[in-house]
Design a protein. Sequence first.
Length: 231
Amino acid sequence: MTGRDVLADLLGSSNTSSQFYYGVTVGLVTNTKDEAALGRVKVKLPWMSNDDESDWARVLTPMAGANRGIYFPLEVNDEVLVAFEHGNIDEPYILGALWNGKDAPPDSNKQGKNNIRMIKSRSGHVIILDDTDGEEKIIIRDKTQNNEILIDSKTDSVTLKVKKNFKVEAQGDITLKSSGDVAIEGNNVSIEANKKCEIRSQNTCTVQATKEIALNCLSGVNVNYGALEVK
């Protein structure tokens, strides 16, 4: 049964061709498994029974094109705003999703300052744009809140927080450069080069160990110095 048939039955009319709905109405998403992969959904409209749903409805998005666009699919039971092409209720369009008394926004904005812009996924991953005056920042955080990238405009700093493993991998070069200090600290630190390894200093270079320093070489050791002190 089509949406037009259901509405016709509700209105007690057998002339379904005259049934049009001009304007918008609310609906609940019932189906997101679009086999045509067009990002469409089906919805239950106010005049439908629990067993009925609309035809496939296209979903409005800020940007869409060939294999590109802003992709934020709706979830089943999301409340949405629905319009109809030329009033034809068999051609629904989803204009957007709605918060309500049951499904609240991820931020309250109780002070009305509109400082927070946020994207939050179903599992709890968030991207936060904080425009608080003097405290501006960008936060990317996973659902555990243990792993986070913080871009702090106040301190001109970027902080990366990881609870367990952190890996950087590249097929090309990796360069770390700072006009300040660079510190590497860990329980065990290993530096391995498949070809050449160089350590240079424009000033002093100190190698210190509380127990033992071992130098192993398969060929030879060259030591060039201006002054040498061995203790």
